[in-house]
Design a protein around this ligand. Structure first.
Ligand SMILES: Nc1nc2c(ncn2[C@@H]2O[C@H](COP(=O)(O)OP(=O)(O)OP(=O)(O)O)[C@@H](O)[C@H]2O)c(=O)[nH]1
Ligand SMILES: [Mg+2]
Length: 307
């Protein structure tokens, strides 16, 4: 009887022939994925580091990087800690892409990371970018961060740089940039920063990007949460924490098409006030009308709202 071949990991079923995987990762490669919402400046970050137009950058309104892409840089012989090692900067497609679904973007990122880890190579660090020119933490921006959180996992936060980009866009209103930065540091990114992630303002790109990368090159490589889930725990992408977070968020968006996703605190607050936060959006609208019935300033009282 022929010996039975080892069972193929389940994540491999999520790979398609078009996926550009890393075909010869080496265990001592220094892998650093750059992540963030579409337009955050991920490809520009890599180009600035390399002082060359390696990655395509789109100046129009459409998302640009659709597939995972990577560039290998040989560290110089006189590098103080890691001479002649391969630094691999990984450009990732951003969430909130113009045409690709969030599930597809997540799949592309996850299977690349899983396949590389399965070949024996961990990540040396991760960079998450957010444009300070963005005036609001929109629900897409929040989802992008939440997915980064789930892909990376708390155990890898000490190997993360959380960075703000596009500071020159706030030159006419510098206080706005500083206010947003404070909000990110004290509220939205509080958790990774409290658990060892480094915050970096990318204001002087050449210098700041180099120091962010040098910071990540110190210390040991790690396996991210999604790498462990897909390779060690043998999950499919949709069953990972990131996959579950994405499905739950999209479901909540479909129930609440016109309102911002609620924070857990806000949801508790609304529950305490008797507001039906779990019901469909229309139920909430009806509830508002019912509550306001008889006290509208215009005198208009809706008699019936049809489903
Ligand atoms: N003003 C200004 N524009 C920037 C900066 N960084 C990037 N951009 C511009 O922002 C746009 C998007 O930059 P990209 O580097 O393509 O962003 P990305 O995150 O790779 O976007 P996707 O590939 O769509 O996910 C381009 O027009 C860049 O030239 C910056 O620091 N300042
Ligand atoms: Mg790009």
């Amino acid at each position: 009887m022929a010996p039975s071949s080892p069972r193929e990991p389940k994540y491999k079923r999520d790979i398609t022939p078009k996926d550009p995987l890393f075909d010869d990762p080496r265990p001592d490669d220094l892998i650093i994925p750059i992540m963030g919402l579409t337009g955050a400046g991920k490809s520009t970050f890599i180009n600035k580091f390399c002082c060359e137009e390696i990655m395509k950058v789109n100046h129009g309104l459409e998302s640009c990087t659709r597939q995972m892409a990577f560039h290998i840089i040989w560290l110089p012989e006189d590098h103080p800690a890691l001479p002649k090692r391969r630094l691999v900067l990984v450009d990732t497609p951003g969430f909130d892409d113009t045409t690709e679904s969030e599930h597809e973007i997540l799949r592309r990122i996850c299977i690349w990371l899983a396949d590389t880890y399965d070949s024996g190579t961990k990540v040396t660090g991760l960079v998450y970018l957010h444009s300070v020119g963005q005036p609001r933490m929109t629900r897409s921006a929040k989802l992008s961060y939440d997915l980064f959180h789930a892909i990376c996992g708390e155990n890898a936060f000490s190997k993360v740089v959380m960075a703000t980009t596009q500071w020159d866009t706030t030159l006419r209103n510098p206080e706005a940039g500083e206010f947003r930065e404070k909000d990110l540091k004290t509220k939205w990114w509080k958790e990774p920063l409290a658990q060892g992630a480094l915050y970096k303002r990318i204001e002087e790109p050449e210098e700041d990007i180099k120091s962010a990368i040098e910071h990540l090159l110190e210390g040991h490589a790690v396996a991210t949460q999604v790498q462990k889930e897909l390779v060690e725990e043998d999950k499919r992408v949709e069953a990972t924490e990131a996959g579950k977070k994405l499905s739950a968020t999209l479901q909540s968006w479909s129930r609440n098409p016109n309102i911002q996703d609620l924070s857990p605190e806000k949801e508790e607050e609304l529950k305490d006030s008797g507001f039906p936060v779990d019901g469909p959006f229309l139920d909430r609208v009806k509830s508002i009308f019912r509550r306001n019935k008889g006290r509208t300033s215009s005198g208009y009282v809706p008699s019936k709202i049809h489903d």
